[in-house]
Design a binder for this molecule. Structure first.
Ligand SMILES: C[S@@+](CC[C@H](N)C(=O)[O-])C[C@H]1O[C@@H](n2cnc3c(N)ncnc32)[C@H](O)[C@@H]1O
Length: 223
């Protein structure tokens, strides 16, 4: 009988690609990471929570610039590779690495971070309900006036609406990753409790292919 092989779940896929490629998204920091760093300097940011840090291309940029970063990802492979780098480069005091599914309540007290950062994390296989709950957790752990910078694939992206449909605005790309695509309206609708400062389109040319994204900057109100 002709049977299709079982589909890998998304976590298994992330672990597999990180195990076979030490720099899946390239060895350099992302453009979003570079822009975020400038904003962090301008804002006087010291403590950052990074969600879905992957193999740490942006984490190391922030750490090298003197920020204290708590970086989380549910991929054990990514976090273990990063722990190896932290231990060998002696920056373990500046970075706190955690294997954590972002859908779980965050194990951090209220108002303990100056900023939350994530590049292409909210654009993963997360429902709108999951995303709203995670954004609310980000709001809880941000100090008043703190910023939440994130990126998501948008509805002008070449993969939007292509491949097997996985519910809501999610489609599976040719590599097997399920991607959640955002309209600008969705970004603004999900920003409950925040002031929306920036929603702007950009292209990320890092491997494995060019992506169209929204850069989003939200601020926790000061009062
Ligand atoms: C598109 S990659 C981006 C990685 C990194 N931010 C970068 O740009 O190099 C998305 C990351 O989110 C992580 N991720 C996906 N779903 C997650 C979840 N529910 N909880 C925690 N991490 C998750 C994946 O393991 C992966 O490392």
């Amino acid at each position: 009988m002709d049977q299709k092989p079982p589909e890998k779940d998304q976590l298994t896929q992330w672990n597999a690609v990180y195990e076979t490629n030490r720099d899946f998204f390239g060895a350099s920091p992302s453009e979003l990471g570079e822009r975020a760093l400038k904003l962090f300097h301008k804002e006087g940011t010291r403590k950052v929570l990074e969600l879905g840090c992957g193999q740490g291309r942006d984490t190391w940029l922030f750490v090298k610039e003197g920020l204290k970063v708590t970086a989380v990802d549910y991929s054990r492979s990514g976090i273990c590779q990063m722990q190896g780098v932290a231990d060998s480069v002696c920056c373990s005091d500046d970075v706190n690495l955690l294997i954590l599914d972002g859908r779980q309540p965050f194990p951090f007290p209220d108002a303990c971070f100056d900023a939350v950062y994530s590049h292409m994390f909210f654009t993963m296989e997360l429902t709108e309900k999951d995303i709203a709950a995670i954004l609310a957790e980000c709001l809880r752990v941000l100090r008043p006036g703190g910023i939440n910078i994130y990126s998501v694939r948008n509805d002008h992206d070449p993969h939007f609406g292509k491949g097997p449909h996985k519910g809501e605005d999610m489609w599976q790309n040719p590599m097997g990753f399920v991607v959640h695509f955002f309209s600008e309206e969705k970004v603004r609708r999900l920003a409950k409790g925040y002031q929306v400062e920036i929603v702007s389109e950009f292209e990320d040319t890092s491997p494995p292919f060019t992506k169209k994204l929204y850069e989003v900057v939200l601020r926790k109100p000061r009062v």
